[in-house]
Design a protein around this ligand. Structure first.
Ligand code: PMV
Length: 337
């Protein structure tokens, strides 16, 4: 049995705009997906998943082609999860030069699904690492990130950036602009995450932004302005000492940029009432800034606050189902066994 884990992420800045070639800065956080893989004698894929903010499920089907008509998938979220696992298996088989190896796969994740924390990327990254190692192949991090991107790209019909998969593979804070992906040295930012218990439909939200951009020049300008916010944020981060706790003035300035970024995402139609409620509750409680993270539509917000105040404020906010501090995950994908 080979076991790998990979972290989820929050977007400090830049989701959606990154789809149009603007830079984005996602940061890996200590919520991980762990994938255990055991090759089988036949070509069947058996997937058992726990904790994916679902009730858990087990499915088994023949072949690794993504075609599993006999499987009675209980919900669209489970179907989506199986799609990502299939795509990861396909990439692993391709990397190992194999075609008809089956696997028993167990996914355990404490990253809510479809909630803007990069659950699918973490599962794909950990899955590719575990499955290739199970077949006796060691991929370097760059190749894992690239294959994980291709897996997401295939599942999301070409609507994917490299941000989530690169961040989950490398860990820490990263900067992604088109195909240019780099790691950043940043201080450990005091992230607080609020989760409304829901999920957004990434494909539909990305399509909504595309329609707005095509219809209105000012929507295209809005996307470009998000890119300007990211560049400003990067500048601030590059001046900070990565070895010490961030000082108050940095948090205030980053928070202002997060607030601005959220306003523009709201204008692009990807926020929701519960996300806006949590954003405002976090700010009222004393967060330096707060914004939705990921595709939006429902799911998570991220706020900056080194004190416990924002967590307390969010805990009493109607519609906020879970609150937690999200430490920067300095390690990306790693072998667990
Ligand atoms: O919600 P998530 O974690 O899947 O993030 C989506 C981020 C987008 O920028 C909206 C899409 C992408 O592929 O970058």
């Amino acid at each position: 049995m080979t076991v790998s884990s990979a972290p989820g992420k929050v977007y400090l800045f830049g989701e959606h705009a990154v789809v149009y070639g603007e830079p984005a800065v996602p940061c890996a956080v200590e919520r991980r997906a762990t994938v255990s893989v055991e090759p089988r004698e036949d070509d069947h894929i058996r997937v058992e998943a726990r904790d994916l903010s679902l009730d858990g499920f087990t499915v088994e089907y023949a072949g690794s082609t993504g075609d599993h008509p006999d499987v009675n998938v209980p919900t669209p979220l489970v179907e989506a999860a199986i799609g990502y696992i299939d795509a990861a298996v396909e990439q692993a088989l391709d990397a190992a030069g194999e075609s008809d190896v089956g696997f028993d796969i167990t996914v355990e994740s404490d990253i809510p699904l479809g909630a803007g924390l990069g659950s699918s990327a973490a599962v794909v990254v950990a899955g590719i690492d575990a499955a290739t190692r199970a077949l006796g192949v060691e991929l370097d991090a760059e190749e894992i990130a690239d294959r994980a991107y291709r897996a997401e790209y295939a599942v999301q019909d070409g609507q994917a950036s490299r941000a989530d998969t690169f961040c989950s593979t490398m860990g820490g804070a990263v900067r992604v602009e088109g195909d240019d992906c780099r790691t950043l040295d940043t201080p450990n930012l005091p992230f607080v995450v609020g989760f409304d218990g829901g999920a957004g439909d990434t494909g539909a939200l990305v399509a909504g932004v595309r329609d707005l951009r095509e219809r209105y020049g000012f929507a295209a300008d809005t996307v470009d302005t998000i890119g300007d916010i990211v560049r400003e944020g990067e500048e601030l981060l590059s001046e900070a000492d990565p070895e010490s706790d961030p000082d108050e003035s940095l948090l205030v300035e980053l928070g202002n940029l997060m607030n601005f970024n959220h306003g523009l995402l709201e204008a692009l139609g990807v926020s929701s009432r519960s996300l806006d409620n949590m954003v405002w509750a976090a700010r009222t409680a004393g967060a330096h800034g707060a914004k939705l993270t990921g595709a939006g539509g429902g799911g998570c917000i991220v706020a900056l606050d080194p004190t416990p105040e924002t967590q307390t404020g969010l805990r009493f906010t109607p519609g906020c189902e879970d609150v937690f501090r999200a430490e920067l995950a300095t390690e990306g994908v790693r072998a667990e066994a």
